[in-house]
Write a protein that binds this ligand. Structure first.
Ligand code: SF4
Ligand code: SF4
Length: 350
């Protein structure tokens, strides 16, 4: 049995101050940090007892966790467990990186977000180079704010072409109604993507030929009938206007999977791995199928924990984050990401 866990403990502090984030420059008391550490160490000890099943872990902290030594130690410990296949973490990459030498680097992966308002591209790229030198797998990403377009382009230019750069669509203020097909919004987009033309086209082509996953994507984006879900095509809300079709095309040349992220995927009643082979776990061990459905389904510290792992149709109308929709069967994104699902590295990238 394979189980992937998205762990999010009580930690909620960050050394950065991104103005769209509730954890910006938030500090915690010594007691709060000690509690987070105790929760994490309990989780790692529990993971060590799961020797019969292969386990993948992605830490998805509210704030920045890698500046805390106990997260570095947790990753080192997890990667050294024979049954753990992957230990990954979302990070702003502001920490020192010498700790990675304590890890089994073949199993370590970082999901690194560049925040142009908080650090310089040069400093961030220096950390990326250090990861490359140290032999650590990582993806790089950035929120697609308009004021950062030039930085995003420069980042793509300066990163090695086989390091995946994802762009998260800025969705604040957008309703969560299902998004129509990217081909409806930008008719040339899917064809251009698959043909691999334009800036970044090399990557688009590589993904589509290496995995076939993107070949599947346009079929997965069948336009929704009017009236389905809370809205329908006619009431998609002002958020869609954040990007013009030209901007979508430009961002897609940088990240061939941008249209997948720039979408609220209709999910109610759909089959999803969340709750069966992928779960969300908090500091108390409470299990939820994913970060987006609050109803608990069990607790990892309960004797009958495994009984809660079963197939469940999604009960939300839509799913709009990579860490959620990547597990939605209909999108077939496991074909695109292979064993890089947790750290967000598609097949064909380093
Ligand atoms: S780095 Fe991440 S957690 Fe920290 S303030 Fe920015 S968005 Fe928030
Ligand atoms: S589709 Fe998204 S919201 Fe629904 S169960 Fe899966 S991860 Fe959760």
């Amino acid at each position: 049995m394979n189980l992937s866990i998205l762990y999010r403990g009580p930690l909620s502090s960050c050394n950065y101050g991104c103005d769209y984030c509730p954890f910006a420059k938030h500090t915690e008391t010594a007691e709060e940090l000690a509690h987070d550490r105790a929760c994490l160490e309990r989780f790692v000890a529990w993971a060590g007892t799961r020797g019969t099943a292969s386990l993948g872990v992605l830490f998805t902290p509210w704030g920045e966790a890698l500046v805390r030594k106990w997260y570095q130690s947790a990753l080192a410990a997890l990667t050294r467990m024979p049954h753990v296949t992957k230990a990954a973490i979302q990070t702003n990459l502001s920490c020192k990186l010498d700790w990675v030498e304590e890890c089994d680097k073949a199993k370590l992966a970082l999901w690194c977000t560049f925040h142009p308002s908080e650090t310089t591209r040069e400093r961030f790229l220096a950390k990326c180079r250090e990861l490359l030198d140290r032999g650590v797998r990582f993806s790089v990403g950035v929120v697609g704010l308009k004021e950062h377009f030039a930085e995003i382009e420069a980042l793509r230019r300066e990163l090695p072409s086989d390091v995946y750069l994802w762009v998260n669509a800025y969705k604040r203020g957008r309703g969560k109604e299902p998004t129509p097909s990217p081909s409806v919004r930008s008719p040339a987009l899917s064809a251009e993507l698959l043909a691999g033309r334009g800036k970044g086209g090399e990557q688009a082509l590589r993904i589509s030929t290496a995995s076939g996953g993107l070949q599947e994507a346009p079929r997965a984006f069948t336009p929704l009938p009017l009236g389905r879900g809370a809205g329908g095509v006619g009431s998609l809300g002002r958020g869609l206007l954040y990007y013009t079709p030209e901007m979508v095309a430009d961002l897609t040349r940088i990240d061939p999977l941008f249209p997948v992220n720039d979408t609220y995927h209709a999910s109610r009643g759909e089959a999803c791995r969340a709750g069966q082979s992928v779960i969300s776990v908090d500091g108390d061990g409470t299990v939820r199928r994913c970060h987006f459905i609050k109803e608990p389904i069990g607790n990892i510290y309960a004797a009958d924990f495994d009984a809660c792992l079963r197939e469940r149709p999604c009960t939300n109308d839509t799913c709009g984050c990579h860490i959620g929709y990547v597990h939605l069967d209909r999108l077939k994104l496991y074909d695109t990401f292979g064993d890089g699902v947790l750290e967000r590295i598609p097949l064909g990238y380093r």
